[in-house]
Design a protein around this ligand. Structure first.
Ligand SMILES: [Zn+2]
Length: 241
């Protein structure tokens, strides 16, 4: 009888341990799902290329194994085809940033704007075979976009991407690298995803210097680096009133 009771106890303990393991495993699974909800995303974006600095930016991105999005100016592509091909071949995304970047004429009327984007699209296609429809307004869409214009852009298949954090290198390219870094990580509102505006024209040498620290910061914070493509939800500033 005593032996029988011991056997019963052993079986009971065994069944209990199985139950606890299952529950524990289940909890772990739930935790994993919750973790995914907290995922943080950053889109590194570089405007105004290609230029003599674009290669340096690409080298840094390669070193840290992260991808970015380049909004290119169409009339800068001729003669710099190799660097544009390199952007695409290394897995980055390309977008349209007008053909001339001459804001006075680009924004003189909507048709002019669309022509500039289409011309830029043709130029990128000529060099890379990629037909991209993601666009960034030169100097941003603020006070330039309204619902009627948005409809016209949609008709052309364009998707708009402004930014929510500005490194400050566009207006003041000579800003010290450490200052650019600080501005690039300033996110008091906790924006997620982060769409970080940077530039890679010939004058943005300090951006090249600041970039490694910016990437390291976001990597350490657990951000995932993604490229903007046609599946990325649009992001644009509020329409002008
Ligand atoms: Zn620009």
């Amino acid at each position: 009888m005593r032996k029988f009771l011991i056997k019963i106890c052993i079986i009971f303990i065994f069944i209990c341990s199985l139950f606890i393991t299952n529950v524990y495993g289940f909890d772990k699974k739930i935790e994993a799902i919750d973790d995914s909800k907290d995922s943080k995303i950053i889109y590194l974006t570089f405007d105004d290329g290609p230029s003599c600095n674009t290669g340096s930016i690409l080298n840094t991105l390669k070193t840290y194994d992260v991808k970015a999005t380049f909004f290119l100016i169409g009339n800068q592509i001729q003669g710099q085809e190799a660097i544009v091909k390199r952007i695409v071949n290394e897995g980055h995304s390309v977008g349209l940033h007008s053909y001339t970047h001459k804001t006075k004429s680009i924004y003189s009327n909507n048709e002019r704007f669309i022509d500039e984007m289409l011309k830029c699209q043709d130029e990128i296609y000529r060099v890379t075979g990629v037909k991209t429809n993601i666009i960034r307004f030169p100097c941003g869409s603020a006070k330039r976009l309204n619902s009627g214009f948005k409809e016209k852009l949609e008709y052309q298949g364009f998707k708009i991407y402004d930014w929510n954090i500005d490194s400050g290198d566009g207006i003041k390219p000579k800003t010290a690298p450490d200052r650019l870094f600080k501005r690039s990580i300033e996110n008091k509102m906790g924006k997620n995803p982060v769409i970080l505006l940077m530039h890679c024209d010939y004058c943005q040498k300090n951006t090249c210097k600041a970039l490694p620290k910016v990437i390291k910061f976001y990597k350490d914070k657990g951000y995932e680096f993604k490229v903007i493509d046609k599946s990325t939800p649009e992001y644009y500033f509020p329409f002008k009133k």
